[in-house]
Design a binder for this molecule. Sequence first.
Ligand SMILES: Cc1cc2nc3c(=O)[nH]c(=O)nc-3n(C[C@H](O)[C@H](O)[C@H](O)COP(=O)(O)O)c2cc1C
Ligand code: SF4
Length: 412
Amino acid sequence: MMNRDQDLPVSPFSPLTIGPVTLRNRFIKSATNEGMAPEGVPSKQLVKFHESIAAGGTAMITLAYCAVSADGRTLPGQIVLGRHSQPHLRVLTDAVHRHGAAASAQITHGGCFTFIRERSTRRPLSASGGFNKVGLMSGMFTKQAMTEADMQQVASQFVSSARLAREAGFDAVELHLGHGYLLSQFISPLYNKRRDQYGGALDNRLRFPAMVLRQVLDAVGKDMAVVCKYSITDGVRAGNNAEDGAAIARILEREGAHLLVLSAGMNVESITTMFGSSFPKENRVTASNPIIAAAMMIQGLTEPKVDFRELYLLEHARKVRAAVQMPLAYLGGVKSLSGIEQVLAEGFDAVALGRVLIAEPDYVNKLAAGTCRDSLCTSCNRCVAMMYTPGGTSCVLGQPGDARLNSLPAAY
Ligand SMILES: Cc1cc2nc3c(=O)[nH]c(=O)nc-3n(C[C@H](O)[C@H](O)[C@H](O)COP(=O)(O)O)c2cc1C
Ligand code: SF4
């Protein structure tokens, strides 16, 4: 493994500084919606889930999908950042810190990708108005183009959520700029049809997400790492491709983001690009949540079957690595020590792991101890269907989550 600046070997167990935060090693748990916030606040099961990953050696956990407002949720039972959730979040960050790991909160807004009907606007907000294809599943068939006043309001919700995360003990916030949520609805030409200064060329499409990033950096960037997760490619012809992904990275670097987590794909159009492989047929049958079941059915109908390949996003991620100097976390199909060594050797600064840490929360400690090289995860994608089961997200190779702990808010 070589460091791209000094041609020195980089150990996956060496520290990494991102903004004002130093991580103990190069392993980051990527956000995986756990379905462990039935009351809209973290459950005891969610604390247990992240604590086990922190105890297992990972440098930073990411708490998935923390909505910046009630309207920003995609489904009921997601965390909404607010005074009511703060004590429960504090229990989670304390538990993670006890094991020497850092905690990042993924802060986000779903825009028109939402199934929440009780909302403050008549129609869900997005970059552009008109027909809402997500509405085929949610019943909300039209969406509403955001005005500049809407943008200011949502930006200030991101800022207050970042402040709240800081008060709850988080070391980082991750702005979700990918996968088809609100900020990526501005970035992607699949959703952004605007003719004003927020639409058209990529710089314009980034204008609102960059404004959110700047405001969050101004508010908390001295104390917290501000991470951006985005889709390098939308994974469909009419969307952003990896060249656009490299240009997006340049803009986020210019705006001062501390780390980019390099994802790909869109929830509706190209879920296979995100996961690097198709969902197995039995998943579509057993998904207990009707939305997940519908999404999997659509994927089955619209996307060709794709077989999993280790490091499946590497070709795209290399284009980003060549375009910027800033710290980058490689994400997508990391599941062996040789894969980890390869991405660090290619100049990526960290590796983000999703499924592998669901399967084996102590994978990093096992690597450090030399007791394993390859993860047990088979990349079967069946954990996705576990998301909204009573015990929450878990690996089908192990035990399901504890439904009782998942019914109890963390702080009580
Ligand atoms: C069960 C599950 C839930 C996920 N939920 C989220 C989420 O809430 N936010 C997000 O950004 N990515 C989410 N992802 C995507 C992962 O963060 C990651 O991008 C993807 O799993 C690829 O990484 P991997 O190959 O290491 O698993 C989820 C993945 C899984 C398996
Ligand atoms: S359910 Fe499958 S993809 Fe998910 S963590 Fe377990 S083995 Fe990996």
